[in-house]
Design a protein around this ligand. Structure first.
Ligand code: MTE
Ligand code: MO
Length: 468
């Protein structure tokens, strides 16, 4: 290993395409795996690590933990890395982001402060339950540091105010679980940006995840304190977090009480995600889960719940997360005139293959994998896929999600082997889903473009290369 050339992380990062060669690192070794790509038993997935460290991927795909595989990798070694230990500068005491949690190196950030990130899309359809460390993160503010001993959830009820400790939540009530999708309103925004620029994080298709949340149902919590959600006065139920803007106003959101009544005991004040405590990025110690509804209302680091005659006054309720027609732009937008996004429209996406992928020479079929989901608990009844840009369609095989058609809060993963067009150099793979109400996805982005790039749910298209 000595005497080999040395490289920097930047040199490795510059080798992430077949043209430049594909390099990865492991420990302080640098490996040129270009010639190995077609031999990799796991296929194209190895490209996720192109230009990066392969270690975090190996810890997810643990079949790699064997001497043989390490030896194979060693045979591709071309050098050593010079700057393995990234020296972190001194912590800036005034930085509001100085206490952020540890995060998986697999997440791909779209912004660091506040931290926003999505997992590699090729990994998303691997698991029905998205592992917590791979779940997308959407933070608007620094992650609050919460000591469980000091934590309380404040309920402002019509007749009194109640303060509940974490232990109260765990011990005084029945534990209920719900498996539900959380999706950011901006998921798939990058497709909208291609039509015309918008304001917002440039999300790919992975600002969505499916998790099992456990806690107390909102209905039970209220009933225990003598409040019947059916008759309580007010028009909205408001949730506030412990994360605060510089002027001290917390992140907040609301849903109409009418919707809360419809969802009844499906709304969960959660203290567990996927069977363990909620990770800090996802709302430790308590967050509200409102299945079928846009991510923005599922307030993390939940501090306060109250009833009101008006919507939450937070910026994110009033001046964000709303839809507009394609002719409205920043010079003529009026946020007050638009309805807040709550239950989301039907969507689907191809997770694998990815844009620009090369399909094996001589292949007659391609295997597509992806997700489909609709808001409001509307189950997915069909996913159509095409390998010729939408001229001919095939039905994907849906994996049952264990929920019922009118209460399908979880996503539906699907797979399809689709015949490939012959004698062409490239083609477009497409998917579109149909929900139980026969809602369909729009065929193009143009007609649904909006200035914030929300609700981007057109047919999902992936261009791939074929070797003729
Ligand atoms: N709650 C608080 N307190 N602060 C936030 O910034 N972001 C919201 C919502 N709840 C947010 C929040 C948005 S826009 C989304 S999409 C989801 O959390 C993301 O949840 P996740 O980070 O667990 O994936
Ligand atoms: Mo979001």
């Amino acid at each position: 290993k000595h005497g080999l050339p040395t490289y920097t992380q930047a040199d490795v990062a510059a080798h992430s395409t077949r043209e430049s060669g594909i390099w990865v690192t492991y420990g302080n070794g640098v490996y040129d795996i270009t010639d190995y790509l077609d031999m990799h038993p796991g296929g194209k997935k190895i490209l996720m690590a192109a230009g990066k460290s392969i270690e975090p991927f190996w810890s997810v795909y643990s079949v790699h933990k064997s001497e043989d595989i390490y030896e194979t990798l060693e045979s591709y070694r071309i050098g050593n890395i010079t700057d393995v230990a990234v020296h972190k500068g001194k912590v800036d005491e005034n930085d509001p982001y100085k206490n952020e949690p540890q995060r998986s190196p697999l997440l791909i950030p779209s912004s660091e402060k506040p931290y926003n990130a999505e997992p590699p899309q090729e990994m998303l359809a691997d698991n029905f339950i998205t592992p917590s460390h791979l779940f997308f993160v959407r933070n608007h503010l620094p992650v609050p540091c919460i000591n469980l001993k000091d934590y309380s959830l404040d309920l402002q009820l019509p007749s009194c105010s109640i303060s509940l400790t974490f232990e109260d939540l765990q011990t005084k009530f029945k534990k209920t679980s719900v498996t539900a999708v959380t999706q950011c309103a901006g998921n798939r925004r990058s497709e909208m940006v291609k039509v015309k620029p918008v304001k917002g994080l440039n999300w790919g298709i992975a600002a969505i995840g499916n998790a099992k949340w456990s806690g107390v149902t909102l209905e039970e919590l209220l009933k225990f304190h003598g409040v019947d959600i059916e008759t309580v006065r007010g028009k909205y139920i408001v949730f506030e977090g412990l994360d605060k803007q510089e002027d001290g106003t917390p992140y907040g959101a609301s849903i109409p009480l009418e919707l809360a009544r419809m969802l009844k005991n499906d709304i969960v004040i959660a203290y567990e995600m996927n069977g363990t405590e909620i990770p800090r990025d996802h709302g430790y110690p308590v967050r509200v889960i409102i299945p079928g509804v846009v991510g923005a209302r599922q307030v993390k680091w939940l501090k306060k719940i109250y009833f009101s005659t008006e919507e939450s006054t937070s910026h994110w309720q009033r001046s964000d997360y709303k839809g507009f027609n394609s002719s409205v732009d920043w010079h003529n937008v009026n946020f007050d005139k638009s309805v807040s996004i709550s239950q989301l429209p039907v969507t689907s996406a191809i997770c694998d293959p990815v844009e620009g992928a090369e399909i094996e020479q001589g292949a007659t079929e391609v295997t597509l994998k992806g997700y489909a989901w609709s808001g409001g608990g509307r189950g997915i009844i069909r996913v159509d896929v095409s390998a010729d840009g939408g001229k001919t369609w095939h039905e994907a095989k849906l994996k049952p999600n264990g929920q019922t058609p009118y209460k399908s809060y979880a996503w539906t993963l699907w797979e399809a082997d689709v015949p490939l067009p012959q004698n062409v150099k490239e083609t477009t793979l497409v998917c579109k889903a149909v929900d139980i109400s026969y809602n369909v996805q729009p065929d193009s982005v143009e007609g649904i473009w909006n200035l914030r790039g929300c609700l981007s749910n057109a047919w999902h298209r992936v261009n791939v290369k074929l070797s003729a």
